[in-house]
Design a protein around this ligand. Structure first.
Ligand code: PHE
Length: 453
C-alpha cells in the first residue's frame, strides 16, 4: 500500500516493508556468525542473558532515538545532526558513523563472500569434485577472497541502485521470509540429532563465573552490531519512514526479530557444535578453548554437513550457507546505503554515481583485507566494539541535551498520538538521558583502560 511521500527522497511503501528492511539490516552475519561464536567463547547462557539485557536496556532506546532523528530530519547521519542543531561537533559524530559503516562493510563483504564460497563448496563436495570444493573454500587464498568479496559487493550495489522501495524493500520482502523458513527447518532437524541435547544444555545453562569486563564489552559491542546501531543505519532507514508509523512500535518489532533470530541461530549452532564433537570432529583449540569465529562456522559446520552425507547433507549444507548469504546481503545493503545517502544528500551525487563510487572505493579496502584476513579482527574491534557504542553514546547526549527530549517527543507523536498519556515517553527519556549513556560510558572507559594497560 502506498503511503504519502513527504519528500522527493525514497520512502518505504509499507510498514511491513520497513520492518523487513530494518530487521534485514539487523539480522545478518552478526546473528549467525558473530553471536554464537562470541557467546560460545564467553560463558554461553551468561553471555546470552547479558546480551539480551543490553539489547533491551540500551539497544532498543537508542534505536527509537535513531529512527526519530532520521524521520524528523529526512537526512543521512551527517545531514541529520546538521539539520537538528547548530552544533559543529555533532555532524562529525554522523561522519564517524559513516566511517564505521565503510569500515564494517569492508570486512563484512569478505566474510559474506566466504559464505558464498562455502555454498559452492557444499555443492562441489556432494558432486564428488573434491579439488574444486577445497579450492573454493580456501579462506587463505587472497585472490579468491578478493573475488568473492567483489561478487558480494556487486550484488549489494545492484540492489542499492534500485533505490529504497524498488531496490531494498522489494529485495527484503523475498529474502527475509526465505531466511526464516530455512532457519526453522534446520533447527527442527538438528534438535533431534545425537549430541544435540548436550549443546542445548551448554547453550541455556549459564556460567556466571564467566562474567567480567571483557564479556560486558563483548556483549555491548554485539548488541550494537547486531541491531545495526551506533553508525546511523537506522537514522538513514528512519529517514524513509512514513510519518504515520509509530516509532517505538516498529522499533520493538525490529528488536524482537533480531534477538529472536540470534537466539534461534544459537539453537542451531550450539547443538551442531556438540554433534560435530560427537562425530569426532575437532571443535576445541589446543588450549581447550572453543574454535572461534570463522573457524567454527567455516570449519566445523561444513564438515558436519559432509558427514551427514548424501542428499540431506547437500540440502542442509547448501541451505545453511545460502541462508547466511541472504542474511548478510540484507545487512550489507544497509551498510552501503548510509554512505550512499550521505553522498546523495550532502554532495548532490546521483544515486547511481554514489553507490558505484562508494561501493568501488570500499572494495579497494576489501581487497587489501583479502590478502591479510587477520585485519578483520582489528577492524571489527575498533569500529564495531568501540566505534558503534561510542556513536550510540553521542546519540544519547545529542538527544538528551542538545536536540532535547521535547523535540523528540514532537516527532514521535506522529504515528503515536496517545504519547502524552503513555508511560513510554517518560521511561524512554530517563533511559536516553541517564541510563544508556552512563552504562555505555562505563563499559567503554573500562575497555579502553584495559586495552591501553
Ligand atoms: N546488524 C548487522 C549484522 O548483524 C551488521 C550491521 C552493523 C549492519 C551495523 C548495519 C550496521 O550482521
Amino acid at each position: 500500500m502506498a503511503t504519502s511521500t513527504t519528500s522527493k527522497r525514497g520512502n518505504w511503501n509499507s510498514k511491513i516493508g520497513f520492518i523487513l528492511a530494518a530487521a534485514g539490516s539487523a539480522v545478518g552475519l552478526g546473528n549467525i556468525w558473530r553471536f554464537p561464536t562470541v557467546m560460545a567463547e564467553n560463558g554461553g547462557a551468561a553471555f546470552l542473558l547479558l546480551y539480551a539485557a543490553l539489547v533491551f536496556i540500551v539497544g532498543f532506546p537508542v534505536m527509537v532515538g535513531e529512527l526519530s532523528i532520521g524521520r524528523k530530519s529526512q537526512r543521512n547521519p551527517v545531514g541529520a545532526f546538521r539539520a537538528l542543531s547548530e552544533s559543529k561537533f555533532f555532524p562529525l559524530v554522523g561522519f564517524w558513523g559513516v566511517m564505521c559503516g565503510v569500515a564494517i562493510l569492508s570486512f563484512y563483504v569478505i566474510v559474506a563472500g566466504w559464505t558464498l564460497g562455502y555454498f559452492f563448496e557444499q555443492i562441489f563436495y556432494s558432486a564428488g569434485w573434491f579439488e574444486w570444493a577445497e579450492w573454493v573454500a580456501d579462506t587463505d587464498n587472497g585472490w579468491l577472497n578478493a573475488g568473492v568479496a567483489i561478487v558480494f559487493m556487486a550484488a549489494t550495489i545492484s540492489i542499492i541502485l534500485g533505490g529504497v522501495s524498488d531496490g531494498i524493500e522489494r529485495a527484503v520482502k523475498y529474502l527475509m521470509p526465505m531466511l526464516i523458513v530455512i532457519l526453522v527447518i534446520m533447527i527442527g532437524y538438528v534438535l533431534f540429532q545425537p549430541g544435540a541435547g548436550e549443546g542445548i544444555r551448554a547453550y541455556l545453562i549459564p556460567d556466571f563465573s564467566a562474567i567480567n569486563s571483557d564479556l560486558l564489552l563483548a556483549a555491548m559491542g554485539q548488541a550494537f552490531f547486531s541491531l545495526s546501531l551506533g553508525m546511523g543505519a537506522l537514522i538513514t532507514y528512519g529517514s524513509y519512514l512514513s510519518k504515520k508509523e509509530n516509532i517505538p512500535e516498529v522499533a520493538g518489532y525490529v528488536t524482537l526479530a533480531d534477538i529472536g533470530i540470534a537466539f534461534m541461530a544459537g539453537l542451531l549452532i550450539m547443538p551442531a557444535i556438540f554433534m560435530a564433537q560427537a562425530q569426532g570432529l575437532t571443535v576445541f583449540n589446543e588450549d581447550g578453548s572453543l574454535f572461534a569465529g570463522a573457524a567454527l562456522i567455516f570449519q566445523v559446520l561444513p564438515e558436519l554437513f559432509h558427514n551427514m552425507g548424501g542428499i540431506i547433507g547437500l540440502i542442509f549444507g547448501a541451505s545453511f550457507f545460502f541462508l547466511l548469504s541472504i542474511a548478510a546481503l540484507t545487512s550489507s545493503i544497509s551498510l552501503l546505503e548510509v554512505p550512499t545517502a550521505y553522498a546523495i544528500d550532502e554532495h548532490g551525487l546521483k544515486r547511481k554515481t554514489a553507490a558505484i563510487l562508494i561501493g568501488s572505493g570500499v572494495t579497494v579496502i576489501s581487497i587489501i583485507i583479502a590478502f591479510d584476513t587477520s585485519l578483520i579482527g582489528t577492524i571489527d574491534f575498533i569500529f564495531s566494539d568501540i566505534g558503534l557504542p561510542l556513536g550510540g553514546f553521542m546519540l544519547c547526549i545529542f538527544l538528551g541535551y542538545f536536540w532535547k527530549m521535547g523535540n523528540a517527543k514532537l516527532e514521535m507523536e506522529k504515528g503515536f498520538d496517545t504519547i502524552n498519556d503513555h508511560w513510554f515517553f517518560p521511561v524512554w527519556s530517563i533511559f536516553i538521558r541517564f541510563i544508556c549513556p552512563i552504562l555505555i560510558g562505563i563499559i567503554l572507559v573500562t575497555t579502553i583502560i584495559n586495552w591501553l594497560s
